[in-house]
Ligand binder design. Sequence first.
Ligand code: AMP
Length: 173
Amino acid sequence: MKITDLKKHIRDIPNFPKEGIVFKDISTLLKHKDAFKKAIDALASNFKKEKVQYVVGIEARGFIFGAALAYKLGAGFVPVRKKGKLPYKTKSVTYQLEYGMDTLEIHEDALKPNARVLIVDDLLATGGTMTAVIDLIKAQKAKIVGVAFLIELQFLKGKEHLKDLPIYSIIQY
Ligand code: AMP
C-alpha cells in the first residue's frame, strides 16, 4: 500500500457533530489492517532518527495512533486527557474552542526536563488543541522533537500556530 492510497480509507461525514462540519471518520482506516499499518509505519519512519523517548497522545483518537507509534519507535506512551480523568496530581491547560472552553491535563510527573517527546493527534484543524498541549509539555521543560498528525486540514491554517516545530502529517486536505 502507498501513502496516497490512505485517503481512500477515510470517510467524510457531513454535518457531524454539528451543521457545517465535515467530520473525517478514521474508523474506516483503523479497521483496514494494511491501511492502519501503513499509517503507523509512515509516522514512525519520519521520526525514527529523533531518538523519541516518549510519545504523548491526546485523548481519544490520539491514543490509538500514539500507542501504536510508541510501540513501533520503542518509546514510552504518555496520555493527555480531558479534565478529571487522570488519577494522580495533574497540570492542566484551558483553551478556547469554537464555542466555550475545554481543559486538558497531564500527570505532573509525566515528563522529565529535556525528555525527547513526540506529540500525536489524529487531525490538525485550527491548531487550538495542539497549541494547548504544547504549552503543557513546555511547562514540564521537555524537548518537543516532533508533532505528528494523520490528517491536516490545510485550509484552516492550523500550522501557522505551531511555528518553529517539526510538524508532519500523512494526509492533507
Ligand atoms: P483543532 O484544535 O481545531 O486543531 O481541532 C483538533 C481536534 O478536533 C482533534 O483532536 C480532532 O480529532 C478534532 N477535529 C477537529 N475537526 C475535525 C474534523 N473535521 N474531523 C474529525 N475530527 C476533527
